[in-house]
Design a protein around this ligand. Structure first.
Ligand SMILES: Cc1cc2nc3c(=O)[nH]c(=O)nc-3n(C[C@H](O)[C@H](O)[C@H](O)COP(=O)(O)O)c2cc1C
Ligand code: SF4
Length: 421
């Protein structure tokens, strides 16, 4: 079986809104187990698990936990990043709407391990259903005594509340998210300091993705060593894949790291439609690289993704078949970043507009060799000089196609010259 259900194993078997159902399958037992462990033991379990964040950057969870543990200032906060604004990603929504209590349990374990007393769930504003489901689950958990003061007579206090995302993709970036929760415009901060030292209201703050936090109870249940045996030695455990585009069976699939994209697309996604061929796939979402069909045997792991100088760990696979014009897709991607740029720094604010305009000329068959050189140069500069991850990853799709599909650029320039002649 290609799928390996660790964090999604109860989905479909329980009513997401029933805390009794969740408790019936062992829910909140791992939080109780954690309460009986020392903070050091919990930290050791996460270190042994080698769990890396699932929100995109793949940062080791144990390092963040350790950084939080060193901070003595109170209060400390835990934030669950559920902004999920990256086109092509929908796995956090799937978790929130199908097993909300597992996320709350993960936040409880994180809060206990770091000595945090308050939590926020920052949920994408368009996700009304996710917000309603999470709100009901929080209330049920509070009534059952899992949230509030002196939880289960442990002298540990923790409560959490929902904040609606501010409608902008950049608000998922952790510093912009902090600003947004503080009631300011969602714009990044200059770093360091990092959130574990100076986060929400300048206090120590742990920020993790929904999927990362939903994995916390699994690691307490299995133990770090057992978890680390799944996947590959450096990308351990499982990954939720949001599979979309031109495949028959779009959806969220949980697979161990180390399986190939071909298997995911063909065995889980049912391949492309009859008579069609895969032309390319985009990995990670709009911010990810576009790679050709012949690379489909590449396996899913953090190291492979990092080779593209991008953080594509959020796990989207967007399949593009042979009906599409690559330049029209790139123009759309560029339009997305032009729209979402917060405007704080020049390379991203101005550069995305320029790249979009150049791409438009490739779509319209009026591009020249000069355009190709300009695009190459601009993409590099924006990637290297933008202030936050949005600008740094905005040109990833362009840079990857300049590498893998260079002939398409040259052919389009030739077509353009013929149109003029
Ligand atoms: C433009 C931009 C948008 C982001 N959006 C999200 C998001 O929606 N959800 C998320 O978990 N991380 C997002 N991130 C990554 C966060 O900054 C941060 O690394 C992550 O929440 C940390 O959680 P993790 O360690 O569990 O991955 C985004 C980053 C950038 C640069
Ligand atoms: S890179 Fe873009 S989104 Fe990030 S701070 Fe600069 S302008 Fe804003």
């Amino acid at each position: 079986m290609l799928e390996h259900k660790l964090i999604t194993k109860h989905i479909g078997n329980i009513d997401p809104l029933s805390i009794d159902d969740y408790v019936g399958v062992g829910g909140y037992a791992m939080f109780k187990k954690a309460l009986g462990m020392t903070r050091l033991d919990i930290h050791d379990a996460f270190e042994a698990s080698k769990l890396r964040g699932r929100g995109g950057a793949g940062f080791p969870v144990a390092i963040k936990l350790m950084a939080m543990a060193k901070e003595t200032r109170k209060p400390k906060y835990v934030i669950c990043n559920a902004d999920e604004g990256e086109p092509g990603n929908f796995k956090d929504r799937y978790l929130m709407e199908n097993n909300p209590h597992q996320i709350i349990e993960g936040m409880l374990i994180a809060a206990y391990a770091t000595g945090s007393s308050h939590g926020y769930l920052y949920i994408r504003g368009e996700y009304a259903q996710s917000m309603a489901t999470m709100q009901q689950a929080i209330e049920a958990a509070r009534q059952a005594g899992y949230l509030g003061s002196n939880i289960l007579n442990s002298r540990f206090d923790f409560d959490l509340e929902i904040r609606s995302g501010a409608g902008s993709y950049v608000c998922g970036e952790e510093f912009a998210l902090l600003e947004s929760i503080e009631g300011k415009a969602g714009r990044t901060r200059v770093k360091p300091p990092f959130p574990t030292a100076k986060g929400l209201f300048n206090q120590p703050t742990l920020i993790n993705n929904v999927e990362t936090l939903a994995t916390f109870p699994v690691i307490i249940a299995m133990g770090g060593e057992a978890y680390a045996k799944i996947g590959t030695p450096t990308s351990t455990g499982t990954k939720l894949i949001s599979l979309s585009g031109n495949v028959r069976k779009k959806g969220v699939y949980e697979v161990p790291f180390g399986v190939s994209m071909r298997k995911i697309i063909e065995e889980l996604g049912g391949g492309v439609g009859a008579g069609r061929k895969i032309q390319m796939i985009q990995l990670g979402g709009a911010c990810g690289p576009i790679i050709p069909e012949y690379m489909l045997d590449m396996v899913i792991d953090f190291e492979r993704f990092e080779e593209f100088e991008s953080k594509t760990g959020a796990g989207a696979i967007i399949v593009i078949d042979d009906r599409h014009d690559m330049f029209a897709i790139l123009e759309q991607v560029s339009e997305f970043f032009t729209h979402e740029s917060c405007g704080k720094c020049t390379p991203c604010r101005e550069g995305n507009v320029h790249m979009r305009n150049v791409l438009r000329r490739f779509v319209n068959k009026t591009a020249t060799e000069q355009d190709l050189l300009m695009l190459e140069n601009q993409a590099r500069v924006i990637h290297q000089t933008s202030l936050c991850g949005l600008g740094q990853t905005a040109p990833t799709a362009i840079i990857s196609t300049l590498h893998y599909f260079r002939f398409d650029y040259l052919n389009r320039i030739e077509d353009s010259m013929q149109e003029v002649a």
